[in-house]
Design a binder for this molecule. Structure first.
Ligand SMILES: Cc1ncc(COP(=O)(O)O)c(C=O)c1O
Length: 379
C-alpha cells in the first residue's frame, strides 16, 4: 500500500520528531518576561557547543538566508572588499548578498569542486572579509574552513561562515578554526521546523560591527546583543519556534554531539555505498571521503529515468528527495541525512529508491543498495 505520510529526506526542512511538534503546540507565553528569558537562554546555551564557541549566539526569527544577510550587513561597509568563495549555490548566495552591502571579489570554482587553497592565498590581498559555506548543500561537499580561516587571519580579514547545514550534524569548531561569524538554520541538522536562524559572533567581529555604516534595521545584531543581555529579542520572536528549538537542544544534549556526528557520518556513508552498489555515480566524484558532506549526498541522475520520474516515483510512497539546484537542475538528485532521522527510515528510503529504479528498468534486481547500506549501518 502506498502512503501519503511524508518522510523528508530532502536537505531541509527535515521531518521533525513528535516531541518537538508537541513542544511547539504549547499555549503561547509573553515574549517579555522570565518564562521566555529561560527558554531563550536554554536555546542560546544549547547552540554554543554546536558552533564550537564560547562567544555570543543571537537567535533571529527568519530562515537561514536572514542569518546570511545579517552576517554580512553587520560586519562590512560599502568600501570593504569581501572575497566570496563560491563552489555551489549557497556560496553564490553569499556573493549576491555581498553585492548589496560591500565590494565583492568573486573566487569561483566549478560547482562541486573543492576550494583551491593556493587561489585563496593569491586572492587575499586587500580583503576585509571572506565568505565560505562550510557544508555546500547544493553539491554535497564540505569546504576546508580551517585552512581558509588561517589565510584570512594573516590578512586581518574576518571569516564569515555559512554553517547552515553543518552545525548540529558535523563538528564545527568556530573558535578553534578562527571563524568570526557563523550561521545555522533551524530546519536542518538541529531537527527543528523552519523559521529561526542563529548567528554566532566573535569579539573581533563585534569590534568591526561598531564601525560599520548603514547597518540594517531588523537584523542589527548589536540590538540583538543588547536585548539578549535582558533575556529578550529586540522585536517579537516566533515564540512557538523557540519552544520547538528548546526541545531540539534537549534532544541533542540527550544524544550527545559525538553520537550525533557519528550517526550523520554513518548514514551518509551508507547512502554513498548504496548509490555505488546500484551503479549510481556520486556527484562529485571526490576523494578522500572526508570531503563528502555527512548531511547531504548528491548523486548523478542515472540513465533511463528523469528527475521528475525519480522524485515523483519516490513521493508516491511518501519519501521526498531533492533535485539539483541552479545549473545542476535535472542532472543530480540529493538525499539529506540531517537532524533526527533514524536508520529504519533511511533503509526504507533506499529500498523505495530501488523500487522506483526497478520499475523504470534502470536496474534489473533490487537489493544491492539496501545490502550495502545495511553493511555500513550495522558494521
Ligand atoms: C548551505 C545553505 N545555506 C543557506 C541556505 C538557505 O537557508 P533558508 O532556505 O533557510 O533561507 C540553505 C538552504 O538550503 C543551505 O543549505
Amino acid at each position: 500500500m502506498k502512503t501519503n505520510d511524508p518522510y523528508l529526506m530532502i536537505p531541509g526542512p527535515v521531518t521533525v520528531l513528535p516531541r518537538v511538534l508537541k513542544a511547539m503546540s504549547q499555549p503561547l507565553i509573553p515574549h517579555r518576561g522570565k518564562e521566555f528569558e529561560e527558554i531563550l537562554n536554554e536555546c542560546v546555551e544549547g547552540l554554543k557547543p554546536l558552533f564550537g564557541t564560547g562567544e555570543d549566539v543571537l537567535i533571529l526569527s527568519g530562515t537561514g538566508t536572514l542569518g546570511m544577510e545579517a552576517s554580512i550587513s553587520n560586519f562590512v561597509s560599502e568600501e570593504d572588499v569581501v572575497l566570496n568563495i563560491v563552489n555551489g549555490k549557497f556560496g553564490e548566495r553569499f556573493y549576491e548578498i555581498t553585492k548589496k552591502y560591500a565590494t565583492p571579489r568573486l573566487l569561483e570554482f566549478e560547482w562541486g569542486n573543492s576550494v583551491d587553497i593556493e587561489k585563496v592565498e593569491e586572492g587575499i590581498e586587500g580583503v576585509n572579509a571572506i565568505t565560505i559555506v562550510h557544508n555546500e548543500t547544493s553539491t554535497g561537499i564540505l569546504n576546508p574552513v580551517k585552512e581558509i580561516a588561517k589565510i584570512a587571519h594573516k590578512e586581518g580579514a574576518l571569516v564569515i561562515m555559512d554553517g547552515i547545514t553543518s552545525v548540529g550534524g558535523e563538528y564545527v569548531e568556530m573558535d578553534k578554526w578562527g571563524v568570526d561569524v557563523a550561521v545555522v538554520g533551524s530546519q536542518k541538522c538541529l531537527g527543528c521546523p523552519p523559521g529561526l536562524c542563529a548567528v554566532a559572533v566573535s569579539e573581533r567581529a563585534w569590534d568591526k560591527a561598531k564601525e560599520v555604516k548603514n547597518t540594517p534595521y531588523y537584523c542589527d545584531l548589536l540590538e540583538y546583543k543588547k536585548a539578549l543581555e535582558k533575556g529578550q529579542t529586540p522585536y517579537t520572536p516566533a515564540v512557538s519556534l523557540f519552544l520547538a528549538l528548546r526541545e531540539c537542544v534537549r534532544i541533542i544534549n540527550e544524544e550527545g554531539i559525538d553520537a550525533r556526528v557519528e550517526r550523520h557520518r554513518r548514514a551518509s556513508t551508507a547512502v554513498r555505498e548504496a548509490a555505488c552498489a546500484l551503479g549510481i555515480e556520486l556527484f562529485p566524484e571526490i576523494v578522500p571521503p572526508s570531503k563528502y558532506s555527512p548531511t547531504v549526498t548528491a548523486m548523478r541522475m542515472p540513465n533511463g529515468i528523469t528527475d521528475s520520474e525519480l522524485r515523483n516515483g519516490m513521493k508516491e510512497y511518501g519519501v521526498y528527495v531533492a533535485g539539483g539546484q541552479g545549473r545542476l537542475k535535472g542532472k543530480i538528485f540529493r538525499m539529506g541525512t540531517m537532524g533526527d532521522f533514524n536508520f529504519r527510515n533511511l533503509l526504507g528510503a533506499i529500498s523505495i529508491l530501488e523500487g522506483v529504479l526497478v520499475s523504470h528498468g534502470v536496474i534489473d534486481k533490487p537489493g544491492a543498495g539496501v545490502g550495502a547500506a545495511v553493511e555500513v549501518l550495522f558494521g
